[in-house]
Each structure stands twice: as C-alpha cells, then as structure tokens.
Write a protein that binds this ligand. Structure first.
Ligand code: HEC
Length: 148
C-alpha cells in the first residue's frame, strides 16, 4: 500500500514538474504566446521607398553614375515633400525633415557639379539623418507608451 502511494506520488509530482517546466520554457523562448505590440502608425510604401533610393545612391556613388545619383537624391527630396511623409506634426520632426532635405540637396548639387566626393559626404550626412529621425520616433513612441 505504502509503495503504491509513493509511486502515485512520484508520477504525480513528475507530471507536475513537467507541466511547470513546460510553462516556464514557453515563456522563456517568448513569441507565440506573446504577440508583438501594435504599431501606432502603419508603415506606408512611401517610407519603404526611402531605403531603396538610399541604396541606389550608394550604388551610384560607387560606380560614379552621376545621373542615377542626382535622380535618386531628387526623388528622396520629393518623397519628403509628400503629405504622407509628415507622420506627426512636431517641431522636432520638421527639423529632422529639413536636415534630411538639405542632405538630399547636397547630393543633387554635388552630382550636378560632378563632384563625387562631396556627394559622398552628402550621403553620409543623409544616412545620419535617417538614423536621427528614426531614433527620435522610437524615443517618442516609448514616451507615449509609458504615459498610457
Ligand atoms: C524626418 C524623419 C525621417 C527621416 C529623416 C527618415 N525616416 Fe524613415 N521613417 C520615418 C517614419 C515616421 C517612419 C514610419 C515609422 C512607423 O510607421 O513606425 C519611417 C519608416 C521607415 C522605414 C520602414 C520601417 C519598417 O518598419 O518597415 C524604412 C525602411 C525607412 N523609414 C528608411 C529610411 C531611410 C533609409 C532614411 C534615410 C534615407 C529615412 N528612413 C529617413 C521617418 C523618417
């Protein structure tokens, strides 16, 4: 009798620890049970186009295709003038946009003057603008979600 009880106890406790372990692993490795947080703003195709243009600029710089360089820099500037660009109306966002436009202009002008080195500087400046504005957006998003 005692042996039977001990056996049942063993089976029960190992089933329990299996269950607990199972739950713990599911939480540790994350995802399926935890959906990613909802995004405040849907990412528009316009936003994704920037990356394509920026890549084209790098390619144009390396092969010294000045037409392609100017075309893509102009296109980036135009994208930034689209209404869909102004995701938020804040002074800081406008400031980041203006810096971005200045960098795009610098590339266009340098391409027109066939100055690939100045254009490369413009590209570096442009890339910094991408990172700065995105970092601002993330910081802002964190502040907003903390307030909720
Ligand atoms: C003035 C601000 C600003 C600048 C400058 C900027 N972006 Fe963005 N970008 C945004 C915003 C706002 C979004 C949309 C974020 C969202 O919906 O969560 C975005 C989204 C994107 C996305 C889509 C991200 C995703 O989750 O799919 C890409 C790619 C991107 N930007 C690339 C670039 C590149 C490359 C540059 C520089 C050439 C750049 N951006 C410059 C504001 C900016």
């Amino acid at each position: 009798m005692l042996l039977r009880l001990t056996l049942i106890g063993c089976i029960f406790s190992s089933a329990c620890s299996f269950f607990v372990c199972g739950v713990a692993t599911a939480q540790e490795d994350g995802s399926p049970s935890r959906p990613s947080p909802p995004r405040a703003v849907a990412v528009t195709p316009l936003m994704r186009m920037k990356l394509e243009r920026a890549k084209n600029i790098l390619e144009a710089l390396t092969i010294e295709d000045l037409d392609k360089l100017a075309r893509n820099a102009r296109s980036l500037k135009l994208l930034s003038l689209e209404s869909g660009w102004n995701v938020i109306q804040s002074e800081e966002y406008m400031m980041h946009s203006r810096d971005f436009q200045r960098a795009a202009d610098m590339i266009t002008e340098a391409a027109e003057e066939k100055d690939v080195h100045r254009a490369a500087l413009g590209y570096v400046s442009l890339t910094v603008r991408c990172v700065e504005c995105h970092s601002y957006m993330r910081k802002r998003q964190t502040e907003i979600s903390r307030r909720d």
